[in-house]
Design a protein around this ligand. Sequence first.
Ligand code: DON
Length: 308
Amino acid sequence: MACKSVKELQEFVEQARSVTDKGKVATYIPALGKENPSDLSIAIQYPDDTCISAGDIEKKFTLQSISKVITLALVLMDRGFDYVFERIGMEPTGEPFNSIAKIEGEQARPLNPMINSGALVVTHMIKGNSVEERIERLLSLICEMANDKEIEISNEVASSEFETAHLNRALGYFLMEHGLIKEPIEELLDLYTKQCAIEMNCHDLAQLGMVFAMDGINPISGKQIIPKDIARICKTFMVTCGMYNESGRFAIEIGIPAKSGVSGGIMGAVPGKFGIGIFGPSLNKIGNSIGGIELLKLLSNKYQLSIF
Ligand code: DON
């Protein structure tokens, strides 16, 4: 087992914190701009229900793009493999997460479910009769994964993004023009921004990562929450596209299936071993937590966590 010592983990956090001044907190969603760039915290959740952590792990943050992995799991359960992958691809883009460039051509089909265009199509596929019912279904899956009934949406972050989501609106209308989205864009954005604004702390996030690490089983409740094959697909996307256009470098230098969000969260899943939840809102140019990546590098190198 890696890093059972809290003291060592605290040392890694302090070491990684030294790079946080080289990044910037996201401001294109105005509510995220309030975060303290030097914050950095981590929780590691083991299947035997032990957890070690360092930093302020009570601090809550929103999932942002990390939610894309869970919505993908939900729609694969809702709709099946063929339906989902007729509408979105499986390839990394090499472009920024919000790029509109590569949805031109090839029937406008987004290249993967982790970029914003692909995620909008995935969110559109969540079953339910209303935005409320669809977000509740996603929340209840997340609560089951995190063994926490209290996980909620930050209305402040959701409305802050809804009011400023001009690029996602543009992506939505483009996808609608090509028949990939068939509901009003404002309704879809309401659902999407709520999904991105689901709020939790590092410990909750580490539990989510653990479910993926354990092939969809929550070892604490003993339940298979996500079918094994769907957990495998999600983990594969985490490796190929989870860190956007630095997924290749991340795979080489760290080698842990992981998903980032512009809030500064990173969810990691070390297969068969444990889940990782990180919060560090100072981001590098790609939009990934700069301190979080440094911290994962230290951990992965010390404990040889790379899956490759
Ligand atoms: O759609 C957006 O732009 C945000 N709600 C999520 C983007 C994101 O987290 C990208 N991650 N690094």
